[in-house]
Design a binder for this molecule. Structure first.
Ligand code: AKG
Length: 242
């Protein structure tokens, strides 16, 4: 891997990597995505419910866990992150599912994942995989370097007409690009710690965040972010990780 890619990821917080998965791997992901949409879990919700802009979103579906862990273990994504971070180990956190259809799905509001999940440290990453070829005006948007700035108390994901809350978002659909099916696989590495969310949060997330609250209940601020529920991945050229 080129040092410039690691530097861009570290400093900007995002990189675009084209053609990384084979057509066969992509079709395995698409099959799993379609299954996950048809078999949504308890964290699924309709973003902007009852509006024309509503979209399907799911997160960390326990019913899909075994299936997706097996899929992710067969893909090179986790090891890509380990390489980008320079981490010895990499764990799979969970998936996100986004389905915007019919040409009306709003932007996803500007947000930081660290506002609703208790994540700190340098080794966190989301692989954002859309199955369509996404035009620039419909692309995910990131505020460059914002992962190094303040962590904001938001967003609530409630008002499609107020997308001003920080800090990554975008990716609407419209008449020219009506449907988007996106799978996100999330990973963390050695430098991942537990950082509880503020107890006086106006957006109302609990200190453990909105996912895996029971698993994370025993962690204190600054503890390594670890729990047996998160599967450690194996990178072939490094052998089995300890
Ligand atoms: O695809 C989207 O609309 C939003 C993606 C996102 O928020 C994420 O990957 O964390």
């Amino acid at each position: 891997m080129q040092a410039s890619l690691r530097k861009a990821f570290r400093e900007d917080g995002a990189v675009l990597i084209k053609g990384f998965l084979t057509p066969q791997q992509l079709s395995q992901c698409r099959e799993a995505y379609d299954w996950a949409v048809d078999n949504h879990g308890p964290n699924a919700f309709r973003m902007f419910n009852d509006t024309e802009q509503q979209a399907h979103v799911d997160n960390a579906n326990p019913v899909a866990k075994d299936r997706l862990e097996a899929l992710v273990a067969s893909l090179p994504l986790g090891c890509l992150f380990a390489d980008l971070w320079g981490s010895e180990n990499v764990w799979y956190f969970a998936e996100e599912v986004f389905l915007k259809a019919g040409g009306h799905g709003s932007r996803t509001l500007w947000h930081q994942d660290t506002s609703y999940l208790p994540w700190a440290g340098e080794h966190w990453g989301n692989a954002w995989i859309s199955f369509e070829s996404v035009p620039k005006r419909n692309a995910l948007e990131i505020v460059r370097g914002s992962h190094r700035g303040p962590r904001y108390d938001g967003t609530t994901f409630r008002d499609p007409d107020d997308p001003t809350q920080p800090l990554h978002g975008g990716a609407p659909v419209d008449a020219a690009f009506p449907d988007r099916h996106t799978f996100v696989f999330r990973f963390f590495g050695d430098d991942a710690t537990f950082q509880p969310l503020p107890s006086d949060s106006a957006s109302g997330y609990p200190p453990q965040g909105s996912l895996f609250a029971n698993e994370l209940a025993g962690l204190k601020a600054g503890d390594p972010f670890r729990h047996p529920t998160f599967r450690r991945l194996i990178c072939p050229d490094r052998g089995e990780l300890p």
